[in-house]
Every structure is written in C-alpha cells, then in structure tokens.
Design a protein around this ligand. Structure first.
Ligand SMILES: [Cu+2]
Length: 71
C-alpha cells in the first residue's frame, strides 16, 4: 500500500534542479513514484510504509541539497 505525500520545494530554478532532487531521492526504496515540477515547486511522492518517518527522511535529503521544503 502506498500513500501520496505532497510538498512545496523552493529554490529550484530549472529542470536540472528537479532532476538532481529526483536522482538523489531515487536511492530510497520506500518511494515508488516521484513527480517534481520545478516551476511551481510542487513535489508529489508515493510512499510505501510509515509516512511520517519517511517524509522526514525525504525533507532532510532535499534540504541537504540546498533546497527548502514548505508544507
Ligand atoms: Cu536549476
């Protein structure tokens, strides 16, 4: 069973930014789907398993790349 989470990422300027985030997040097996729109900053993930813990992991990974996450 997977759950969708949605967040807003700020600091992306182009597709290279969203691609960088996507490739960094692709190492997490609990993410079954990633959709990031660099223009709007909207990011949607399908998460398998415990959502809160995994959401924190995702936010930390994005923040480590230098972008900001807003709920
Ligand atoms: Cu960019």
């Amino acid at each position: 069973m997977s759950n969708k989470i949605k967040m807003n990422i700020s600091g992306m300027c182009c597709q290279n930014c969203s691609k960088a985030i996507e490739s960094s997040l692709s190492k997490f097996e609990f993410i079954s789907k990633i959709e990031i729109d660099p223009k709007s900053g909207v990011a949607e993930f399908d998460i398998v398993g415990r959502i809160e813990e995994n959401e924190t992991t995702v936010i930390t990974a994005i923040t480590d790349l230098g972008y900001k996450v807003k709920d």
